[in-house]
Design a protein around this ligand. Structure first.
Ligand code: CAA
Length: 389
């Protein structure tokens, strides 16, 4: 029985900041951000969106009534949680109108957790083939204004429906895992922005990829030639390029060119959004599937998931014949329609998030076109609004 990703849908912000303009404002050469980091635009998440609303906005458009009836597992993976006790998934399930006979959990391991969600969902559907699982990676990447990590911010949510006979990608049972205690990136409970040892984290990422990819080749007794494309967690798109380049010498000159071309497709949309932590690998997968004209049924696609702290996983999937039917086809147009904000407006929105105190607060959301918005806080409870209900 084939099990895998049946549908993918993405949500982010209607606002972005131009990376050349941000570079100039930070006294950096624009090419450092555009080429050195590999980002053209960065999603600016307004205070009216949080991990919960982004997740609901990502999933709602792709779910049919039949999907909603079949879903009995909802996993929301995030490191931008809104409560230390209650799972974000509970709020998301309510906003989406999911059945109450549902297992709802929030998972955390930096940018890796959505992959844990996908693999647990795969096992769940294996045992219950008539059921479906909804996995959503949702985050807002925040390092702080004027920090080295600032050009690697962004945000958004990727929703994935996992089912038997999937339309998009049939997943293998071939994961190679690596999990060790590494202090490359973390966020203590009293911080709203991440602490990071940037260069160290980039080196650990490459070490992890080399380890799990080479182990995969040994365990499966295969070579890099087996792959049509390799996809990566993309905290910034140059990071994936560095990882790819670290294994290209294993390939023939012709395949090196082919893998590099596929990678350009796989980073096209991430370049326009920035980091979205847990959902980043899956936005890259969606970018590949939406923009690459050279893909064919049964192509083998490799996925490298990395979460600081640190955990890595390499696994694969095979492309299905009707994969286009499960994709978020309108995404490139939605990204193109976003409104550009100035650096000053971006800074104001960055600082305008719900304050971390017990006061009642109201958030202006008239300019936010999304269906689900955060309108504020009352009696220490977040107030979510569904504008269609
Ligand atoms: N033209 C072209 N390229 C230029 C340039 C110019 N004018 N000026 C500089 N560059 C290049 C540099 O040569 C460098 O390229 P290489 O990495 O290939 O050497 C690149 O631009 C970046 O320059 P710096 O190394 O000087 O940049 P920096 O010190 O300001 O910081 C960073 C870069 C470490 C990535 C920082 O943005 C950061 O800390 N980001 C957050 C951490 C991160 O994303 N880590 C990734 C691994 S961890 C992970 O994956 C989990 C997660 O999501 C967080």
């Amino acid at each position: 029985m084939k099990i895998g990703i049946d549908k993918l849908h993405f949500a982010s912000s209607h606002l972005y900041v131009d990376m050349a303009e941000l570079a100039t404002a930070r006294n950096e050469a624009p090419d450092k951000y555009l080429i050195g980091i590999g980002q053209s635009k960065m999603a600016v998440i307004p205070p009216s969106q949080d991990a919960v609303t982004l997740a609901a906005n990502a999933a709602a458009p792709m779910l049919t009534a039949a999907d909603i009836k079949a879903i009995d597992l909802l996993i929301v993976a995030t490191e931008s949680g809104v409560d230390n006790s209650k799972a974000a998934a509970i709020y998301v399930a309510k906003l989406l109108g999911l059945d109450r006979r549902l297992r709802t959990i929030e998972m955390k391991e930096a940018c890796y957790a959505a992959t844990a969600g996908v693999k647990l969902a795969q096992d769940h559907v294996h045992v219950h083939p008539e059921k479906k699982a909804l996995v959503i990676g949702t985050d807002i990447a925040r390092y702080g204004l004027h920090t080295p990590g600032e050009p690697t911010q962004g945000g958004g949510a990727m929703a994935m429906l996992i089912s038997a006979d999937p339309q998009v990608l049939a997943l293998a049972d071939d994961s190679v895992l690596l999990s060790q205690d590494v202090m490359d990136f973390w966020r203590p409970l009293y911080h709203t922005t991440a602490l990071v040892d940037g260069k160290y984290s980039s080196n650990i990422y490459i070490d992890y990829f080399q380890d799990v990819f080479k182990t995969y080749l040994e365990e499966q007794q295969t070579t890099i030639e087996a792959f049509k494309a390799l996809t990566f967690h993309l905290p910034y798109t140059k990071m994936g390029l560095k990882a790819l380049r670290s294994v290209l010498p294993m390939a023939t000159t012709t395949q090196q060119q082919a893998l590099s071309t596929h990678f350009e497709h796989a980073r096209q949309l991430n370049r326009e959004v920035g980091n979205l932590y847990t959902g980043s690998l899956y936005l890259s997968l969606l970018s590949l599937l939406l923009t690459d004209p050279e893909l064919m049924t049964d192509d083998l696609i490799g996925l490298f998931s990395y979460g600081s702290g640190a955990e890595g996983e390499f696994y694969t999937g095979r492309l299905q014949a009707n994969y286009q039917q499960g994709l978020d086809l309108g995404l490139p147009q939605r990204l193109a329609r976003r409104r550009r904000v100035s650096v000053t407006e971006y800074e104001m929105l960055f600082n305008g998030q719900l304050a971390l105190n017990a006061d009642d607060q109201t958030i202006a959301c008239d300019d936010d076109p999304h269906r689900f918005v955060l309108t504020g806080q009352r009696h220490e409870q977040r107030q979510y609004q569904d504008r269609e209900n």
